[in-house]
Design a binder for this molecule. Structure first.
Ligand SMILES: *Cc1c(COP(=O)(O)O)cnc(C)c1O
Length: 432
């Protein structure tokens, strides 16, 4: 039984369910995968998040990635406060948008032009439309377990067998839309080569999370991203890196810097908004110039480049360039990884901890997790138990086995040590 007092959260959840479907504005927040009701959050600062009942937790969700410097960073908050006094939206261009674009270009040499959106979903959806418009082809290749937002052509799951078209992964997505998407296993070079051999001339683009973050953290195998680069180039398709999580996370220049691969288009989000709604897609100039108003591919947004959101993002990116937190994040994350692996090992819990920089997932699996098949074999029931025990110990993890824990610069050594001690207890609870 949980020791956590959650009277206020329970009351809010009841109230929310009357007026909001499932009580939440994004499904995973409902905690269904971990077998309890969600906590309602009142405030957050640094690595700490506080719920409506006043319980404090060390937070590893970090708003699903953006909070790489911790919650409520004073410089980001001050910049937002100051920007708000000048008005919150104009629907006309501002110098701030140029500055954010320039900051993105500085960090990502593959990006020659960039368009801002208000979410990662919009960025990924627009990049696909652009790739189709540029190549005059309709077919999109994506990988099982990779998430690119909830637009129709990307909300699909694998059909049976190689190079069969996908099926809708949600009610409301016409099978006719899903038919334009091919879903292949992540980290499987041969299936990519075979698919291109069979249908290379129909494929507009390959879109991939260069480090998968939405089936838990899974690194690309050596050669996988290189293969994607090679076959897309060979067949005149575009390579899209969805770096909505990894951009400014695994290094300033994202996974493409880490692995030395230059995609044609890149999607960004999460960190680049500093906790406010921002997305972006950018890349080769000759491709980006196909966008309206210069080109024929339409894309727009009333609040795109919103001055508050852009200010938050710009402040965040400048801080990241100045602080260069990546070595320190690596050290702390390695400390957490070691602590979790050792704790599981001591108790004899079968688990596999995957990590790339400050993205990490402890899978309750018997073998290594390298793609969707191995990820989904992990024991979600055990994760649910672990999650609830960690919550009781004051640690707030993602409410699903198939997500990352995000370490921020606000996670001190003490916070990580406390997390490891909590995990030692929680693993015992899983075993018991
Ligand atoms: C979160 C995410 C998205 C969608 O971004 P939203 O801002 O939630 O619309 C797209 N791609 C990846 C890789 C993501 O992690």
């Amino acid at each position: 039984m949980s020791e956590l007092r959650a009277d206020k959260s329970s009351e809010l959840f009841r109230r929310a369910q009357r007026v909001i479907p499932g009580g939440v504005n994004s499904p995973v927040r409902a905690f269904r995968a971990v077998g309890r009701d969600p906590l309602f959050i009142k405030e957050a600062a640094g690595c700490t998040i506080t719920d409506a009942d006043g319980n404090e937790f060390i937070d590893y969700v970090g708003s699903w990635g953006p909070m790489i410097l911790g919650h409520a960073h004073p410089k980001v908050i001050e910049a937002i406060r100051e920007a708000a006094t000048r008005g919150t939206s104009y629907g006309a261009p501002t110098e701030l948008e140029i500055e954010l674009a320039e900051e993105i270009l500085r960090a990502f040499p593959s990006i020659e032009q960039v368009r801002l959106t208000s979410s990662g979903t919009e960025a990924a959806m627009s990049a696909i439309r652009l790739a189709r418009g540029f190549t005059n082809r309709d077919t999109v290749v994506k990988f099982e377990g990779c998430y690119h937002g909830h637009s129709d052509s990307l909300l699909v799951k694998a059909g049976s067998g190689l190079a069969t078209f996908a099926r809708p992964d949600s009610a409301g997505v016409p099978a006719d839309f899903a038919r334009h998407t091919l879903v292949l296993p992540f980290n499987d070079e041969e299936s990519v080569r075979e698919t291109f051999r069979q249908r290379g001339e129909e494929i507009a683009c390959v879109t991939v999370e260069p480090v998968a973050g939405n089936m838990g953290c899974i690194a690309p195998r050596a050669g996988f991203l290189e293969t994607l680069r090679e076959v897309t180039r060979e067949h005149g398709a575009l390579l899209i890196f969805d770096e909505v999580i990894t951009g400014f996370r695994v290094s300033l220049g994202g996974a493409q810097e880490l692995y030395g691969i230059k995609p044609d288009l890149t999607c960004l989000g999460k960190i680049i908004g500093g906790g406010l709604p921002v997305g972006a897609f950018g890349g080769r100039r000759d491709v980006m110039e196909r966008l309206a108003p210069v080109g024929a591919v339409y894309q727009a947004g009333t609040l795109s480049g919103n001055p508050l959101a852009v200010t938050a993002g710009l402040t965040m990116l400048k801080l990241l360039r100045e602080i260069d937190p990546y070595r320190e994040l690596e050290r702390r994350s390695a400390m957490l990884e070691r602590g979790l692996s050792d704790a599981a090992g001591e108790i004899g819990i079968e688990s596999s901890v995957n990590r790339v920089g400050s993205m990490m997932t402890a899978f309750f699996s018997t073998g290594p997790v390298t793609g969707w098949d191995s990820a989904k074999s992990a024991n979600a029931q055990r994760y649910g138990k672990f999650f609830r025990a960690m919550l009781d110990e004051g640690i707030y993890l993602a409410p699903s086995q198939f997500e990352c824990a995000f370490v921020s610069l606000a996670h001190t050594d003490e916070a990580i040590e406390k997390t490891v001690r909590a995990a030692q207890k929680a693993f015992r609870a899983v075993e018991g």
